[in-house]
Design a protein around this ligand. Structure first.
Ligand code: GLY
Length: 573
Protein backbone atom coordinates (compact mmCIF):
# COMPACT_ATOMS: atom_id res chain seq x y z
CA UNK A 1 0.00 0.00 0.00
CA UNK A 2 2.79 2.36 1.01
CA UNK A 3 4.60 1.52 -2.24
CA UNK A 4 1.43 2.36 -4.21
CA UNK A 5 1.10 5.82 -2.65
CA UNK A 6 4.81 6.48 -3.02
CA UNK A 7 4.52 5.72 -6.76
CA UNK A 8 1.44 7.95 -7.00
CA UNK A 9 3.29 10.87 -5.41
CA UNK A 10 6.31 10.33 -7.69
CA UNK A 11 4.05 10.21 -10.74
CA UNK A 12 2.44 13.50 -9.69
CA UNK A 13 5.85 15.11 -9.16
CA UNK A 14 7.14 13.74 -12.46
CA UNK A 15 4.23 15.11 -14.47
CA UNK A 16 4.06 18.51 -12.80
CA UNK A 17 7.79 19.04 -12.35
CA UNK A 18 9.17 17.30 -15.43
CA UNK A 19 12.83 16.41 -15.33
CA UNK A 20 14.62 19.66 -14.53
CA UNK A 21 18.09 20.55 -15.69
CA UNK A 22 20.68 21.63 -13.17
CA UNK A 23 24.28 21.26 -12.09
CA UNK A 24 25.17 18.89 -9.31
CA UNK A 25 28.31 17.60 -7.72
CA UNK A 26 27.06 14.34 -6.19
CA UNK A 27 24.37 11.87 -7.12
CA UNK A 28 21.62 10.25 -5.17
CA UNK A 29 19.95 6.83 -5.17
CA UNK A 30 18.52 5.59 -8.49
CA UNK A 31 14.75 5.63 -8.62
CA UNK A 32 13.34 4.71 -12.05
CA UNK A 33 10.12 6.56 -11.27
CA UNK A 34 11.63 9.82 -10.07
CA UNK A 35 14.84 11.16 -11.52
CA UNK A 36 16.35 14.39 -12.78
CA UNK A 37 18.17 15.52 -15.87
CA UNK A 38 21.57 16.85 -14.77
CA UNK A 39 23.40 18.84 -17.40
CA UNK A 40 26.66 19.53 -15.61
CA UNK A 41 28.52 17.63 -12.93
CA UNK A 42 31.76 18.67 -11.28
CA UNK A 43 33.53 16.02 -9.25
CA UNK A 44 36.92 14.48 -8.55
CA UNK A 45 36.55 10.69 -8.71
CA UNK A 46 34.60 9.53 -11.72
CA UNK A 47 31.74 10.42 -14.04
CA UNK A 48 29.38 9.05 -16.65
CA UNK A 49 27.53 11.13 -19.21
CA UNK A 50 24.96 9.56 -21.52
CA UNK A 51 21.72 10.27 -23.35
CA UNK A 52 19.52 9.15 -20.44
CA UNK A 53 19.53 10.07 -16.72
CA UNK A 54 18.88 6.49 -15.58
CA UNK A 55 21.66 5.04 -17.73
CA UNK A 56 24.14 7.63 -16.41
CA UNK A 57 23.01 6.92 -12.85
CA UNK A 58 23.45 3.15 -13.34
CA UNK A 59 26.99 3.67 -14.69
CA UNK A 60 27.99 6.06 -11.89
CA UNK A 61 26.62 3.62 -9.32
CA UNK A 62 28.91 0.91 -10.71
CA UNK A 63 31.88 3.31 -10.44
CA UNK A 64 30.99 4.05 -6.85
CA UNK A 65 30.74 0.34 -6.06
CA UNK A 66 34.32 -0.26 -7.19
CA UNK A 67 33.86 -0.88 -10.90
CA UNK A 68 36.26 0.73 -13.35
CA UNK A 69 35.34 2.80 -16.42
CA UNK A 70 34.83 -0.37 -18.51
CA UNK A 71 32.44 -1.84 -15.93
CA UNK A 72 30.52 1.43 -15.82
CA UNK A 73 30.44 1.63 -19.62
CA UNK A 74 29.01 -1.89 -19.93
CA UNK A 75 26.33 -1.21 -17.28
CA UNK A 76 25.45 2.09 -19.00
CA UNK A 77 25.31 0.40 -22.41
CA UNK A 78 22.89 -2.30 -21.19
CA UNK A 79 20.78 0.30 -19.36
CA UNK A 80 20.56 2.46 -22.51
CA UNK A 81 19.25 -0.59 -24.40
CA UNK A 82 16.27 -0.50 -22.00
CA UNK A 83 15.62 3.16 -21.19
CA UNK A 84 16.50 4.65 -24.57
CA UNK A 85 14.93 2.32 -27.13
CA UNK A 86 15.30 4.81 -30.00
CA UNK A 87 19.07 4.38 -30.06
CA UNK A 88 20.39 2.45 -27.06
CA UNK A 89 20.41 -1.12 -28.25
CA UNK A 90 21.36 -4.74 -28.31
CA UNK A 91 20.08 -4.99 -31.90
CA UNK A 92 22.61 -2.56 -33.39
CA UNK A 93 26.34 -1.94 -33.25
CA UNK A 94 29.02 0.61 -32.49
CA UNK A 95 32.58 1.40 -31.52
CA UNK A 96 34.58 1.84 -28.33
CA UNK A 97 37.73 3.93 -27.96
CA UNK A 98 39.48 3.74 -24.59
CA UNK A 99 42.66 4.80 -22.88
CA UNK A 100 43.68 2.72 -19.89
CA UNK A 101 45.26 4.18 -16.79
CA UNK A 102 48.47 2.40 -17.89
CA UNK A 103 48.51 4.38 -21.13
CA UNK A 104 47.26 1.78 -23.62
CA UNK A 105 44.87 2.81 -26.40
CA UNK A 106 42.07 0.35 -27.21
CA UNK A 107 39.66 0.36 -30.16
CA UNK A 108 36.84 -2.18 -30.41
CA UNK A 109 34.77 -2.47 -33.59
CA UNK A 110 31.35 -4.01 -33.03
CA UNK A 111 29.83 -2.54 -36.17
CA UNK A 112 27.04 -4.55 -37.77
CA UNK A 113 27.94 -6.55 -40.88
CA UNK A 114 26.04 -7.47 -44.01
CA UNK A 115 24.39 -10.91 -43.82
CA UNK A 116 25.88 -13.66 -46.05
CA UNK A 117 22.82 -13.49 -48.31
CA UNK A 118 23.35 -9.74 -48.92
CA UNK A 119 24.40 -8.71 -52.40
CA UNK A 120 25.58 -5.56 -54.09
CA UNK A 121 22.31 -4.78 -55.87
CA UNK A 122 19.88 -6.11 -53.27
CA UNK A 123 18.11 -2.74 -52.97
CA UNK A 124 17.73 -2.08 -56.72
CA UNK A 125 14.45 -2.77 -58.53
CA UNK A 126 14.28 -4.39 -61.99
CA UNK A 127 14.97 -0.99 -63.61
CA UNK A 128 18.09 -0.47 -61.50
CA UNK A 129 16.46 2.18 -59.29
CA UNK A 130 17.45 2.28 -55.62
CA UNK A 131 14.64 1.32 -53.22
CA UNK A 132 15.85 3.11 -50.13
CA UNK A 133 12.59 2.29 -48.33
CA UNK A 134 13.97 -1.28 -48.14
CA UNK A 135 17.44 -0.29 -46.92
CA UNK A 136 15.88 1.99 -44.29
CA UNK A 137 12.79 0.22 -42.96
CA UNK A 138 11.75 -3.27 -41.97
CA UNK A 139 13.52 -6.60 -41.81
CA UNK A 140 15.71 -6.34 -44.94
CA UNK A 141 17.32 -3.13 -43.64
CA UNK A 142 18.95 -4.89 -40.68
CA UNK A 143 22.63 -5.77 -40.52
CA UNK A 144 23.87 -8.55 -38.22
CA UNK A 145 23.93 -6.91 -34.75
CA UNK A 146 27.31 -6.37 -33.07
CA UNK A 147 26.52 -4.74 -29.72
CA UNK A 148 26.46 -7.83 -27.50
CA UNK A 149 29.73 -9.17 -28.98
CA UNK A 150 31.21 -5.70 -28.42
CA UNK A 151 30.18 -5.71 -24.77
CA UNK A 152 31.87 -9.06 -24.17
CA UNK A 153 35.04 -7.72 -25.81
CA UNK A 154 34.84 -4.68 -23.46
CA UNK A 155 34.40 -7.07 -20.53
CA UNK A 156 38.04 -8.20 -20.96
CA UNK A 157 39.06 -4.86 -19.40
CA UNK A 158 36.39 -4.81 -16.67
CA UNK A 159 36.66 -5.88 -13.03
CA UNK A 160 33.16 -6.96 -12.10
CA UNK A 161 31.21 -10.01 -13.34
CA UNK A 162 28.69 -9.51 -16.14
CA UNK A 163 25.80 -10.45 -13.85
CA UNK A 164 26.43 -7.34 -11.75
CA UNK A 165 26.71 -5.09 -14.79
CA UNK A 166 23.58 -6.31 -16.58
CA UNK A 167 21.29 -6.61 -13.54
CA UNK A 168 20.26 -2.93 -13.38
CA UNK A 169 19.13 -3.19 -17.02
CA UNK A 170 17.19 -6.38 -16.30
CA UNK A 171 15.45 -4.64 -13.39
CA UNK A 172 14.61 -1.58 -15.49
CA UNK A 173 13.15 -3.79 -18.23
CA UNK A 174 11.25 -6.08 -15.84
CA UNK A 175 9.85 -3.51 -13.38
CA UNK A 176 9.71 -0.58 -15.78
CA UNK A 177 10.66 3.07 -15.56
CA UNK A 178 8.91 6.41 -16.05
CA UNK A 179 9.16 7.90 -19.54
CA UNK A 180 10.44 11.43 -19.96
CA UNK A 181 8.37 13.89 -21.98
CA UNK A 182 10.69 13.69 -24.98
CA UNK A 183 10.67 9.87 -24.99
CA UNK A 184 6.87 9.87 -24.89
CA UNK A 185 6.79 12.30 -27.84
CA UNK A 186 9.28 10.22 -29.77
CA UNK A 187 7.32 6.98 -29.24
CA UNK A 188 4.09 8.70 -30.28
CA UNK A 189 5.69 10.04 -33.46
CA UNK A 190 6.68 6.51 -34.57
CA UNK A 191 3.42 4.64 -33.87
CA UNK A 192 2.44 4.24 -37.54
CA UNK A 193 5.86 2.92 -38.47
CA UNK A 194 5.86 0.48 -35.54
CA UNK A 195 2.55 -0.88 -36.83
CA UNK A 196 3.75 -1.05 -40.42
CA UNK A 197 7.08 -2.80 -39.86
CA UNK A 198 6.15 -5.33 -37.19
CA UNK A 199 4.48 -8.68 -37.70
CA UNK A 200 3.63 -8.82 -33.98
CA UNK A 201 2.88 -5.47 -32.29
CA UNK A 202 5.57 -4.69 -29.67
CA UNK A 203 5.04 -3.05 -26.24
CA UNK A 204 5.82 0.33 -27.78
CA UNK A 205 2.51 0.33 -29.70
CA UNK A 206 -0.39 1.79 -27.72
CA UNK A 207 -3.96 2.77 -28.52
CA UNK A 208 -3.68 5.97 -26.45
CA UNK A 209 -0.71 8.35 -26.66
CA UNK A 210 2.26 7.88 -24.34
CA UNK A 211 2.83 10.70 -21.89
CA UNK A 212 5.55 11.79 -19.49
CA UNK A 213 5.51 9.66 -16.36
CA UNK A 214 3.96 6.57 -18.03
CA UNK A 215 5.70 3.35 -17.04
CA UNK A 216 7.38 1.37 -19.82
CA UNK A 217 7.78 -2.32 -18.92
CA UNK A 218 9.68 -4.61 -21.36
CA UNK A 219 9.27 -8.23 -20.22
CA UNK A 220 10.56 -9.80 -23.46
CA UNK A 221 13.67 -7.66 -23.39
CA UNK A 222 14.22 -8.61 -19.73
CA UNK A 223 14.08 -12.28 -20.77
CA UNK A 224 16.70 -11.70 -23.48
CA UNK A 225 18.98 -9.87 -21.05
CA UNK A 226 18.63 -12.77 -18.59
CA UNK A 227 19.73 -15.18 -21.35
CA UNK A 228 22.78 -12.97 -21.96
CA UNK A 229 23.49 -12.80 -18.22
CA UNK A 230 23.33 -16.59 -17.90
CA UNK A 231 24.92 -17.73 -21.18
CA UNK A 232 27.17 -14.84 -22.19
CA UNK A 233 27.21 -13.72 -25.82
CA UNK A 234 25.82 -17.15 -26.78
CA UNK A 235 22.64 -16.05 -25.02
CA UNK A 236 22.22 -13.64 -27.93
CA UNK A 237 24.01 -15.15 -30.93
CA UNK A 238 22.86 -18.74 -30.40
CA UNK A 239 19.93 -20.62 -28.87
CA UNK A 240 16.57 -19.03 -28.14
CA UNK A 241 17.40 -15.42 -29.03
CA UNK A 242 19.05 -16.36 -32.34
CA UNK A 243 16.02 -18.50 -33.18
CA UNK A 244 13.64 -15.62 -32.39
CA UNK A 245 15.69 -13.31 -34.65
CA UNK A 246 15.63 -15.75 -37.56
CA UNK A 247 11.91 -16.49 -37.04
CA UNK A 248 11.34 -12.73 -37.21
CA UNK A 249 13.39 -12.60 -40.43
CA UNK A 250 11.25 -15.33 -41.99
CA UNK A 251 8.01 -13.53 -41.14
CA UNK A 252 9.25 -10.26 -42.64
CA UNK A 253 11.41 -11.42 -45.62
CA UNK A 254 14.69 -10.54 -43.91
CA UNK A 255 17.91 -12.45 -44.58
CA UNK A 256 19.85 -12.70 -41.29
CA UNK A 257 20.55 -16.42 -40.69
CA UNK A 258 21.56 -18.52 -37.66
CA UNK A 259 25.07 -18.80 -39.19
CA UNK A 260 25.32 -15.00 -39.61
CA UNK A 261 24.64 -14.64 -35.90
CA UNK A 262 26.88 -17.49 -34.75
CA UNK A 263 29.79 -16.21 -36.84
CA UNK A 264 29.61 -12.56 -35.77
CA UNK A 265 32.74 -11.35 -33.96
CA UNK A 266 33.72 -7.96 -32.57
CA UNK A 267 37.19 -6.87 -33.74
CA UNK A 268 40.04 -5.26 -31.86
CA UNK A 269 41.48 -2.55 -34.13
CA UNK A 270 44.51 -0.35 -33.82
CA UNK A 271 43.24 3.02 -32.54
CA UNK A 272 44.10 6.04 -34.67
CA UNK A 273 46.34 8.36 -32.62
CA UNK A 274 47.85 11.58 -33.94
CA UNK A 275 49.63 14.56 -32.42
CA UNK A 276 47.94 17.94 -32.62
CA UNK A 277 50.34 20.81 -32.01
CA UNK A 278 52.76 20.14 -29.16
CA UNK A 279 50.52 19.30 -26.22
CA UNK A 280 47.74 17.13 -27.57
CA UNK A 281 47.31 13.58 -28.83
CA UNK A 282 43.95 12.75 -30.35
CA UNK A 283 42.86 9.11 -30.13
CA UNK A 284 39.91 7.97 -32.23
CA UNK A 285 38.31 5.02 -34.03
CA UNK A 286 39.72 3.73 -37.33
CA UNK A 287 37.70 2.41 -40.29
CA UNK A 288 34.98 1.32 -40.74
CA UNK A 289 34.44 4.49 -38.66
CA UNK A 290 35.15 7.32 -41.08
CA UNK A 291 36.21 9.69 -38.27
CA UNK A 292 39.52 7.80 -38.10
CA UNK A 293 40.42 9.34 -41.46
CA UNK A 294 38.35 12.53 -41.61
CA UNK A 295 39.18 13.84 -38.13
CA UNK A 296 42.99 13.76 -38.55
CA UNK A 297 42.53 15.14 -42.08
CA UNK A 298 40.43 18.08 -40.92
CA UNK A 299 42.53 18.81 -37.82
CA UNK A 300 45.68 18.88 -39.94
CA UNK A 301 44.00 21.13 -42.49
CA UNK A 302 43.34 23.75 -39.79
CA UNK A 303 46.44 23.20 -37.64
CA UNK A 304 48.37 26.21 -38.99
CA UNK A 305 45.35 28.47 -39.59
CA UNK A 306 44.67 31.55 -37.38
CA UNK A 307 41.33 30.32 -36.01
CA UNK A 308 41.79 32.17 -32.75
CA UNK A 309 42.13 35.45 -34.62
CA UNK A 310 39.00 34.70 -36.64
CA UNK A 311 36.95 33.95 -33.47
CA UNK A 312 34.07 31.57 -32.76
CA UNK A 313 31.49 31.33 -35.54
CA UNK A 314 32.78 34.36 -37.38
CA UNK A 315 32.26 34.33 -41.17
CA UNK A 316 35.95 33.56 -41.77
CA UNK A 317 36.06 30.76 -39.20
CA UNK A 318 32.91 29.06 -40.51
CA UNK A 319 34.10 29.50 -44.11
CA UNK A 320 37.43 27.82 -43.36
CA UNK A 321 35.85 24.94 -41.44
CA UNK A 322 33.16 24.38 -44.05
CA UNK A 323 35.74 24.19 -46.86
CA UNK A 324 37.77 21.73 -44.80
CA UNK A 325 34.63 19.64 -44.25
CA UNK A 326 33.82 19.79 -47.99
CA UNK A 327 37.29 18.47 -48.91
CA UNK A 328 37.17 15.70 -46.30
CA UNK A 329 33.67 14.50 -47.23
CA UNK A 330 34.56 14.40 -50.94
CA UNK A 331 37.30 11.93 -49.99
CA UNK A 332 34.86 10.04 -47.77
CA UNK A 333 32.54 9.41 -50.71
CA UNK A 334 35.37 8.24 -52.95
CA UNK A 335 37.76 6.31 -50.74
CA UNK A 336 36.18 5.14 -47.50
CA UNK A 337 34.69 1.75 -46.67
CA UNK A 338 35.50 -1.41 -44.72
CA UNK A 339 39.25 -1.80 -45.21
CA UNK A 340 38.98 -5.58 -44.70
CA UNK A 341 37.14 -5.59 -48.07
CA UNK A 342 38.44 -2.60 -49.99
CA UNK A 343 41.93 -1.15 -50.16
CA UNK A 344 41.69 2.24 -48.45
CA UNK A 345 44.79 4.50 -48.37
CA UNK A 346 43.78 5.64 -44.88
CA UNK A 347 47.13 6.93 -43.59
CA UNK A 348 47.96 8.56 -46.90
CA UNK A 349 44.69 10.51 -46.75
CA UNK A 350 45.72 12.22 -43.53
CA UNK A 351 49.44 12.54 -44.28
CA UNK A 352 50.70 16.16 -44.17
CA UNK A 353 51.77 16.30 -47.84
CA UNK A 354 48.34 15.12 -49.04
CA UNK A 355 46.46 17.40 -46.64
CA UNK A 356 48.55 20.40 -47.70
CA UNK A 357 47.97 19.63 -51.34
CA UNK A 358 44.20 19.45 -50.75
CA UNK A 359 44.28 22.81 -48.94
CA UNK A 360 45.50 24.45 -52.15
CA UNK A 361 41.85 24.17 -53.23
CA UNK A 362 40.81 26.45 -50.35
CA UNK A 363 40.25 30.09 -51.28
CA UNK A 364 39.99 32.27 -48.13
CA UNK A 365 37.94 34.85 -50.02
CA UNK A 366 35.43 32.66 -51.82
CA UNK A 367 32.90 29.90 -51.13
CA UNK A 368 33.95 26.62 -52.73
CA UNK A 369 31.73 24.60 -55.02
CA UNK A 370 31.23 20.85 -54.70
CA UNK A 371 31.00 20.50 -58.50
CA UNK A 372 34.66 21.56 -58.70
CA UNK A 373 35.86 19.61 -55.67
CA UNK A 374 36.20 15.86 -56.07
CA UNK A 375 37.82 13.25 -53.86
CA UNK A 376 41.61 13.54 -54.20
CA UNK A 377 42.97 11.83 -57.28
CA UNK A 378 46.62 11.71 -56.38
CA UNK A 379 46.11 9.06 -53.72
CA UNK A 380 47.19 5.53 -54.52
CA UNK A 381 43.99 3.51 -55.17
CA UNK A 382 41.53 3.94 -52.51
CA UNK A 383 20.08 9.33 -36.49
CA UNK A 384 19.74 7.42 -34.40
CA UNK A 385 22.91 6.86 -32.63
CA UNK A 386 23.97 7.48 -29.06
CA UNK A 387 27.23 8.27 -27.35
CA UNK A 388 28.39 7.96 -23.75
CA UNK A 389 31.64 8.82 -22.00
CA UNK A 390 33.07 7.43 -18.77
CA UNK A 391 36.07 8.35 -16.64
CA UNK A 392 37.12 6.60 -13.44
CA UNK A 393 39.23 7.43 -10.37
CA UNK A 394 42.21 5.42 -11.67
CA UNK A 395 42.37 7.41 -14.91
CA UNK A 396 40.71 4.92 -17.32
CA UNK A 397 38.72 6.71 -20.02
CA UNK A 398 36.08 5.09 -22.23
CA UNK A 399 34.19 6.66 -25.15
CA UNK A 400 31.50 4.54 -26.81
CA UNK A 401 29.17 5.41 -29.68
CA UNK A 402 26.51 2.86 -30.61
CA UNK A 403 23.70 2.98 -33.08
CA UNK A 404 20.56 1.52 -34.58
CA UNK A 405 21.13 4.04 -37.42
CA UNK A 406 17.69 5.71 -37.72
CA UNK A 407 15.52 6.33 -34.64
CA UNK A 408 14.28 2.85 -33.54
CA UNK A 409 16.42 1.38 -36.36
CA UNK A 410 14.37 -0.48 -38.98
CA UNK A 411 11.36 -0.10 -36.60
CA UNK A 412 11.07 -3.89 -36.33
CA UNK A 413 11.14 -5.45 -32.87
CA UNK A 414 12.19 -9.11 -32.67
CA UNK A 415 8.95 -10.66 -31.42
CA UNK A 416 9.45 -12.51 -28.14
CA UNK A 417 12.92 -10.98 -27.66
CA UNK A 418 11.79 -7.37 -27.22
CA UNK A 419 14.51 -5.34 -28.98
CA UNK A 420 14.63 -3.18 -32.09
CA UNK A 421 16.81 -4.22 -35.02
CA UNK A 422 19.04 -1.70 -36.75
CA UNK A 423 18.64 -0.34 -40.29
CA UNK A 424 22.38 -0.11 -40.77
CA UNK A 425 22.35 -1.59 -44.31
CA UNK A 426 21.46 1.96 -45.43
CA UNK A 427 24.95 3.08 -44.36
CA UNK A 428 26.30 1.13 -47.35
CA UNK A 429 26.22 2.85 -50.70
CA UNK A 430 23.15 1.03 -52.10
CA UNK A 431 23.91 2.47 -55.55
CA UNK A 432 26.80 4.78 -56.52
CA UNK A 433 25.71 8.40 -56.26
CA UNK A 434 22.37 7.65 -54.55
CA UNK A 435 22.24 9.44 -51.19
CA UNK A 436 21.52 7.43 -48.04
CA UNK A 437 19.20 8.67 -45.28
CA UNK A 438 21.85 11.24 -44.26
CA UNK A 439 22.29 12.48 -47.83
CA UNK A 440 25.75 10.86 -48.01
CA UNK A 441 26.86 9.33 -51.29
CA UNK A 442 29.48 6.66 -51.84
CA UNK A 443 30.79 4.23 -54.41
CA UNK A 444 32.83 1.09 -54.84
CA UNK A 445 34.63 1.40 -51.49
CA UNK A 446 31.35 1.19 -49.56
CA UNK A 447 29.36 -1.13 -51.88
CA UNK A 448 27.45 -4.01 -50.23
CA UNK A 449 29.22 -7.39 -49.93
CA UNK A 450 28.40 -10.36 -47.69
CA UNK A 451 30.12 -10.06 -44.31
CA UNK A 452 31.35 -6.52 -45.00
CA UNK A 453 30.88 -3.72 -42.42
CA UNK A 454 29.15 -0.58 -43.64
CA UNK A 455 31.00 2.75 -43.41
CA UNK A 456 30.16 4.71 -40.27
CA UNK A 457 30.48 8.32 -39.16
CA UNK A 458 30.74 7.42 -35.47
CA UNK A 459 33.79 9.07 -33.93
CA UNK A 460 34.28 8.24 -30.23
CA UNK A 461 37.33 10.31 -29.28
CA UNK A 462 39.76 10.82 -26.43
CA UNK A 463 42.19 13.75 -26.29
CA UNK A 464 45.34 13.44 -24.22
CA UNK A 465 47.05 16.57 -22.94
CA UNK A 466 50.67 15.90 -22.11
CA UNK A 467 49.79 12.19 -22.41
CA UNK A 468 47.01 12.34 -19.75
CA UNK A 469 43.26 12.08 -20.54
CA UNK A 470 41.89 15.61 -21.09
CA UNK A 471 38.69 15.09 -23.09
CA UNK A 472 36.48 12.00 -23.46
CA UNK A 473 33.62 12.60 -25.86
CA UNK A 474 31.56 11.83 -28.93
CA UNK A 475 28.10 12.36 -30.37
CA UNK A 476 25.32 10.82 -32.45
CA UNK A 477 24.08 12.54 -35.62
CA UNK A 478 24.78 10.47 -38.77
CA UNK A 479 27.17 12.28 -41.07
CA UNK A 480 27.21 15.30 -38.74
CA UNK A 481 29.04 13.22 -36.12
CA UNK A 482 32.53 13.79 -37.50
CA UNK A 483 32.00 17.51 -38.09
CA UNK A 484 30.53 17.95 -34.59
CA UNK A 485 33.57 16.23 -33.09
CA UNK A 486 35.78 18.45 -35.28
CA UNK A 487 33.97 21.60 -34.08
CA UNK A 488 34.17 20.56 -30.44
CA UNK A 489 37.93 20.04 -30.82
CA UNK A 490 38.39 23.42 -32.51
CA UNK A 491 36.29 25.16 -29.85
CA UNK A 492 38.22 23.70 -26.93
CA UNK A 493 41.76 23.23 -28.30
CA UNK A 494 41.91 26.39 -30.42
CA UNK A 495 39.40 28.82 -28.90
CA UNK A 496 39.74 27.82 -25.22
CA UNK A 497 35.98 27.54 -24.93
CA UNK A 498 34.43 26.05 -21.77
CA UNK A 499 33.29 22.43 -22.15
CA UNK A 500 29.70 23.55 -21.56
CA UNK A 501 29.76 26.06 -24.41
CA UNK A 502 31.62 23.70 -26.73
CA UNK A 503 28.82 21.17 -26.27
CA UNK A 504 25.86 23.54 -26.36
CA UNK A 505 26.67 26.44 -28.71
CA UNK A 506 25.07 26.22 -32.17
CA UNK A 507 26.65 23.73 -34.58
CA UNK A 508 27.02 23.80 -38.37
CA UNK A 509 27.83 21.09 -40.90
CA UNK A 510 28.93 20.61 -44.50
CA UNK A 511 29.35 17.21 -46.16
CA UNK A 512 30.37 18.05 -49.75
CA UNK A 513 27.03 16.87 -51.18
CA UNK A 514 24.50 18.36 -51.00
CA UNK A 515 26.43 21.60 -51.39
CA UNK A 516 24.84 23.35 -48.38
CA UNK A 517 25.87 24.56 -44.96
CA UNK A 518 23.44 23.11 -42.44
CA UNK A 519 22.99 25.28 -39.35
CA UNK A 520 21.03 24.91 -36.15
CA UNK A 521 18.28 27.42 -35.51
CA UNK A 522 20.29 29.43 -32.96
CA UNK A 523 23.20 29.89 -35.39
CA UNK A 524 23.89 33.68 -35.45
CA UNK A 525 21.82 35.44 -38.10
CA UNK A 526 24.47 38.04 -39.05
CA UNK A 527 27.06 35.30 -39.72
CA UNK A 528 24.50 33.46 -41.81
CA UNK A 529 23.99 36.60 -43.93
CA UNK A 530 27.76 37.09 -44.24
CA UNK A 531 28.17 33.52 -45.49
CA UNK A 532 25.31 33.94 -47.97
CA UNK A 533 27.06 37.02 -49.32
CA UNK A 534 30.15 34.85 -49.93
CA UNK A 535 28.02 32.56 -52.10
CA UNK A 536 27.00 29.83 -49.65
CA UNK A 537 23.58 28.26 -49.53
CA UNK A 538 22.42 27.78 -45.95
CA UNK A 539 19.82 25.34 -44.71
CA UNK A 540 18.43 25.42 -41.17
CA UNK A 541 17.86 21.98 -39.68
CA UNK A 542 16.99 20.24 -36.41
CA UNK A 543 19.52 19.73 -33.66
CA UNK A 544 22.97 18.63 -34.77
CA UNK A 545 24.21 15.83 -32.53
CA UNK A 546 24.08 15.36 -28.76
CA UNK A 547 27.62 15.60 -27.50
CA UNK A 548 28.47 13.87 -24.21
CA UNK A 549 31.75 15.25 -22.94
CA UNK A 550 34.03 14.80 -19.94
CA UNK A 551 36.94 17.17 -19.38
CA UNK A 552 39.65 16.49 -16.81
CA UNK A 553 41.80 19.50 -15.88
CA UNK A 554 45.43 19.45 -14.73
CA UNK A 555 44.35 19.37 -11.03
CA UNK A 556 42.22 16.27 -11.62
CA UNK A 557 38.89 18.14 -11.52
CA UNK A 558 36.32 16.36 -13.69
CA UNK A 559 33.64 18.33 -15.54
CA UNK A 560 31.00 16.23 -17.26
CA UNK A 561 28.52 17.87 -19.63
CA UNK A 562 25.28 16.41 -21.00
CA UNK A 563 24.12 18.06 -24.22
CA UNK A 564 21.24 20.54 -23.87
CA UNK A 565 19.61 19.03 -26.97
CA UNK A 566 18.03 16.05 -25.17
CA UNK A 567 17.54 14.29 -21.82
CA UNK A 568 21.31 13.85 -21.63
CA UNK A 569 22.64 13.64 -18.08
CA UNK A 570 26.02 13.82 -16.40
CA UNK A 571 26.47 11.98 -13.10
CA UNK A 572 29.64 11.81 -11.05
CA UNK A 573 31.04 11.55 -7.55
N1 GLY B 1 24.50 4.94 -38.51
C1 GLY B 1 25.23 6.11 -38.33
C2 GLY B 1 26.68 5.88 -38.55
O1 GLY B 1 27.19 4.84 -38.22
O2 GLY B 1 27.33 6.73 -39.07
Amino acid sequence: MFQFFRRLIYLFLFIYFPARSFTQSTYSQIDPFSYNIIKKTECRKGAVVSAHPLASAVGADILKKGGNAFDAAIATQFALAVVYPAAGNIGGGGFMVARTAKGKNIAIDFREKAPEKASRNMYLDSNGNAQTNLSQNGHLAAGVPGTVAGIFEELKYARLPIRKLIQPAIDLAEKGFALTASEARSLNASQNEFKKYNTVFPVFVRSTPWKAGDTLVQKDLAKTLILIRDSGSKGFYEGETAQLITDEMKRGNGIISLDDLKNYTAKQREAVAFKYKTDFTIVTMPLPASGGVLLPQMMRMIEDQPLKTYGFESVREVHLMVEVERLAYADRAKFLGDKDYFKVPAKFLWSYPYVMQRMRLYDPEKAGNSKDIKGGDTAPESEETTHFSVYDKDGNAVAITTTLNGGYGCKTVVAGAGFFLNNEMDDFSVKPGVPNMYGAVGGEANAIAPGKRMLSSMTPTIVLKNEKPFLVFGTPGGTTITTSVFQTLVDILELNMSPEDAVNKPKFHHQWLPDLIYVEKDFPQDIRLGLEKMGYQISQRDAIGRTELIQIDSTGKITAIGDKRGDDTAVGY
